[in-house]
Design a binder for this molecule. Sequence first.
Ligand SMILES: *Cc1c(COP(=O)(O)O)cnc(C)c1O
Length: 365
Amino acid sequence: MDKIFVTKSSMPSFDDYINEIRDIWDTHWLTNMGSKHKRLQAELKEYLGVENIDLLTNGHMALELSIQALGLTGEVITTPFTFASTTHAIVRNNLTPVFCDINTDDYTIDVDKIEPLITEKTSAIMPVHVYGNICDVEAIQRLADKYKLKVIYDAAHTFGVTYKGKGIGSFGDVSCFSFHATKVFNTIEGGAVCFRDKAFGEEIYNLKNFGIRGPEEVVGVGANAKMNEFCAAMGLCNLRNVDSEIAKRKRIVERYREHLGSVNGIKLCKNQDGVVPNYAYFPVVFEEKVFGKSRDEISDKLAAEGIFSRKYFYPLTNAFDCYKDKFNAADTPKALEISKRVLTLPLYADLSLEDVDRICNIILN
Ligand SMILES: *Cc1c(COP(=O)(O)O)cnc(C)c1O
């Protein structure tokens, strides 16, 4: 049996990519906001339904530079139930992450627990639309307005998701997407910042291109986070297929739900009201006492059969070795509990329904 990994990167056909990159051999324009970059930026603005967008080298730099461009200070309220990048982006800006617990319905930040964490040092809230589940964007905006806080969404998992007909990237001050190889839409490596304020956009551009505005004009102390033309070309190709890939993901998720949806001791995420989802991940939470087997036992059993699920997100970021002395995962007990019991099962457009059946049979037997 072939091994099955938790994800498999989407790729266009070889010919499609070759056709897309062919003219780069005429122009020799490899990077620095060339025609592929410009086209992808325009197409993504349309597809994601956002007012403004800029493309970057990866999703992490989108987060890190967004924090810098907003000029945040002091403390940022965030979630530990996420990929390393979210927390690192805050700490690498010399700010203090303040960890808020998650809710156990969709594993996003618990909006009822944010307010008590706000102090005079708080400058922003940085929630994560985790697994493609969206945060309570309305409650978060109310809090942000009340306390004059900025909101940066880590939207790495929510490519193409809409809420009440609006692109998810249009909520908050800033939303950051990742186009990493493992995401629903990829540019090999890549990311984007979506934003409302044009002045913020100027700042992001400066930060991604050394602050260079002209051959003799350098206006800011910028870094380098430009998306190159080969990555943009991959994005142009993948964007043509992304709707059909999401449709395939939907069928797979439905099949998983048929098998696992009504099993005692197994908890799945529900569809959220008003949301058109992207089926980015399929997290399953095992309650050992009821189900009879622990998350780790299931993970080991699957691995023994050549099926590699992932313990996303374990450990919590506030339990990482590099943060152990600074933070305490016990402060976010729900997140800690879920991190010990959750497994994300293989999910990608090419995964066959027979493989889904096989994976579920292993879990259930
Ligand atoms: C993938 C991911 C990132 C980082 O994106 P890269 O493009 O890999 O830099 C940030 N946050 C979350 C939640 C992610 O899953």
